[in-house]
Ligand binder design. Structure first.
Ligand code: AKG
Ligand code: MN
Length: 190
């Protein structure tokens, strides 16, 4: 049976670092609830987000275009640490803010053409623990892989994960505190 291509490192950031970074980003990022177009209708996404990166990078998905804002110093420092660890370059990051258990992200792959053929994504979680699910595109009935993304964890998504798998962050009826997620990405130069 095929296995999804990822690794998860708990405590990539210490609990003190995670709490500090969470508070900084919660206060200092210009969070927005964007709308996407689905079946011809404008709908608000069930979370807040912000896109940041090198000048001129644009990210188009679901009929929306996000234009990268300037690097926040704390996010830039995190990027540099990730680049040292993985020996890869990341030139943009999508930040998501899940206000409570009702905020979520539906099934998708991050496979937009501007990310290149086999994108590698480094994903940092801060705040509340959330379940992260993976399902195989060809065998959707195969048992889902389930991870728990804890505060301070680093999820490395390998080059075939976006091609062969979809992932989602389901809603929960539990009364939980907010969570911030940062997915560092590389947009190849055109
Ligand atoms: O919040 C998460 O852990 C997942 C975020 C995600 O899949 C994305 O930004 O594409
Ligand atoms: Mn994703």
């Amino acid at each position: 049976m095929t296995k999804p291509d990822y690794w998860l490192k708990q405590n990539f950031l210490s609990q003190t670092e995670s709490q500090h970074l969470f508070a900084t980003l919660e206060n200092e990022i210009a969070w927005r609830q964007d709308t996407i177009k689905m079946f011809g209708k404008e709908i608000k996404i069930p979370r807040l987000q912000h896109f940041m990166g090198d000048k001129g990078i644009e990210y188009r998905y679901s009929n929306t275009t996000l234009t990268a804002s300037e690097w926040h110093p704390s996010v830039n420092e995190l990027r540099k640490n990730l680049e040292t660890l993985t020996q890869l370059n990341f030139n943009a990051v999508l930040l998501n803010y899940y206000r409570d258990g009702k905020d979520s992200m539906g099934w998708h792959s991050d496979d937009e053409p501007e990310l290149g053929p086999d994108p590698i994504i480094a994903s940092i979680s801060l705040g509340a623990n959330r379940r992260f699910l993976l399902r195989n595109k060809k065998n959707p009935k195969q048992q889902k892989n389930e991870l728990l993304l804890e505060s301070g964890s680093l999820l490395w998504m390998g080059p075939t994960l976006q091609r062969d798998w979809q992932h989602s962050l389901p809603r929960t009826a539990k009364n939980i505190s907010p969570r911030i997620n940062l997915t560092f990405r590389y947009f190849p130069k055109k």
